[in-house]
Ligand binder design. Structure first.
Ligand SMILES: [Fe+2]
Length: 134
């Protein structure tokens, strides 16, 4: 079973962002599946690479959208994105260069991302954006 199933409660009410969040969840599930199957480090390295690439793209898209919308919390949101990216980069570095097992840390990071970032911070900008367009 997938680690995370998409549910309506994840929606921020902006289709393009929801679509990207769904894709992220898919990559997270792929990671979790590989972890349980004890897949080799080559595959894990590939998945980590996918996660980083996708995250960079997604954050850039989100920040552009928020900038255009004049979101009042943009600075803080960008800071949170930078911190998440730095964490992923650090975990990737430890995995690639120190050959450390990082699966638990990655799983924790995803949990934080979903419960804290998407459900609180992303929803906060969604609420403000919607208020401004009505
Ligand atoms: Fe975000």
């Amino acid at each position: 079973m997938a680690l995370i199933e998409w549910k309506d409660g994840f929606s921020v009410g902006i289709d393009s962002i929801d679509e990207q969040h769904r894709n992220l969840i898919e990559i997270i599930n792929k990671f979790d599946e590989a972890r349980h199957k004890g897949k080799g480090s080559r595959i894990m390295a590939q998945i980590l690479n996918d996660i980083l690439g996708y995250t960079q793209e997604h954050f850039a898209f989100e920040e552009k959208l928020l900038k255009e919308a004049g979101y009042s919390g943009l600075d803080l949101h960008q800071k949170q994105h930078r911190q998440l990216l730095q964490k992923i980069e650090r975990l990737q570095f430890e995995f690639m260069n120190k050959h450390q097992r990082i699966t638990v840390e990655v799983a924790d990071l995803f949990k934080y991302w979903l419960t804290s970032h998407i459900l609180q911070h992303d929803k906060a900008y969604a609420a403000e954006l919607q208020k401004n367009t009505v």
